[in-house]
Design a protein around this ligand. Structure first.
Ligand SMILES: C[S@@+](CC[C@H](N)C(=O)[O-])C[C@H]1O[C@@H](n2cnc3c(N)ncnc32)[C@H](O)[C@@H]1O
Length: 245
C-alpha cells in the first residue's frame, strides 16, 4: 500500500522535484510563522512524518536542532544519506511518540496530516501538544481537494540520472466520507528500454480549513489557518495550520 515510501523511497525526491525546488520558500514562510505565532524562541524542532528529510534538512541547514521521525525506514535511509549535518532520525509512528515538553515547534509537512482520520488526528494533536513546550507551535500543511481540478488520469514525467520516470496519477473522492483514494502508477524506464512498474494506492483524509481549525481548537490555545505561504485567501489551494500550545 505504501510503495511510494518503501519500494520507491529512492525515487521520492525525483518524483517530487518541484517540491524540492520550493522547499526553501516554504521554510522562509515557516520561519515567519515561528516569529509571528510562537510565544517562545524556536530552536528545537520535531519534524513528524519527515520522509526523505526535504524540509528537515533545510531546517537543520538554517541552524535549528531538528529531530526527524517517520514510519518508514526506507525513507529515513534516504534522509540519513543526504544529511550533511548531524540530524537525529527516528523510525516510529507519529501517533505513538512519547516526548514530554521537549520541543519549541513540531512540524508535519506536505499533506502528511491527511494520513490521520477524525479519531487519529485527535490522538495526534494530543501527542504533539505533549511534545511541545508551553508557547510552542505545531505547523502542518494540507491541500484543498475541492478546487475542481481533474481527477485524472494525469500523466507527467521526471528524470533520475539516466532513468526516465513516467508517472500517472488519478484520484477518487468519496464525498460522504471525505476519503481520498490516491492512485499512482510509476514506470521506471532504463536507457535500454527495459522498465519496472509500481502501483501506489493510498487512502487519505480530506479536511477543509474550517474542519481542521475546529478539530485543532479542541486541543490548542490558539489556532490559525494560513493560505499558501501567506494569509488565507479565498482561492488558496494549500493551507497551513498553525496551532499554539
Ligand atoms: C507525503 S510524505 C511527506 C514527507 C515529508 N514530510 C516531506 O515534506 O517531503 C508522507 C510521509 O508520512 C509518513 N507517514 C505516514 N504515516 C505516518 C505515521 N503514522 N507516522 C509517521 N510517519 C508517517 C510516510 O512514511 C511518508 O514519509
Amino acid at each position: 500500500m505504501h510503495e511510494l515510501y518503501t519500494a520507491l523511497a529512492g525515487y521520492y525526491d525525483a518524483i517530487y522535484r518541484r517540491r524540492v525546488e520550493r522547499v526553501s520558500r516554504e521554510i522562509d514562510f515557516v520561519e515567519e510563522l515561528f516569529q509571528d505565532e510562537a510565544e517562545r524562541e524556536v530552536r528545537k524542532i520535531l519534524d513528524l512524518a519527515c520522509g526523505t528529510g526535504i524540509p528537515t534538512l533545510e531546517l537543520a541547514r538554517r541552524g535549528y536542532q531538528v529531530t526527524g521521525l517517520d514510519l518508514h525506514e526506507e525513507m529515513l535511509a534516504v534522509a540519513r544519506r543526504k544529511a550533511e549535518i548531524n540530524i537525529e532520525f527516528i523510525q516510529g509512528d507519529a501517533l505513538e511518540i512519547d516526548f514530554d515538553e521537549e520541543f519549541d515547534a513540531v512540524t508535519m509537512f506536505f499533506s502528511s496530516i491527511m494520513y490521520f482520520d477524525d479519531s487519529a488526528i485527535q490522538q495526534l494533536f494530543n501527542s504533539v501538544k505533549r511534545a511541545l513546550k508551553q508557547g510552542g507551535v505545531f505547523i502542518a500543511d494540507f491541500p484543498c481537494w475541492y478546487y475542481g481540478g481533474r481527477d485524472g488520469p494525469i500523466v507527467w514525467d521526471e528524470r533520475k540520472g539516466d532513468e526516465w520516470l513516467v508517472i500517472t496519477d488519478w484520484r477518487e473522492v468519496e464525498p460522504a466520507t471525505q476519503k481520498l483514494h490516491f492512485k499512482r502508477l510509476v514506470q521506471i524506464v532504463k536507457p535500454d528500454g527495459s522498465f519496472k512498474a509500481f502501483m501506489v494506492d493510498d487512502e487519505l483524509n480530506i479536511y477543509t480549513p474550517r474542519e481542521m481549525r475546529l478539530l485543532a481548537e479542541k486541543h490548542f490555545r490558539k489556532v490559525k489557518i494560513y493560505g499558501d505561504l501567506h494569509e488565507l485567501r479565498p482561492n488558496d489551494r494549500r493551507y497551513w495550520l498553525v496551532a499554539l500550545k
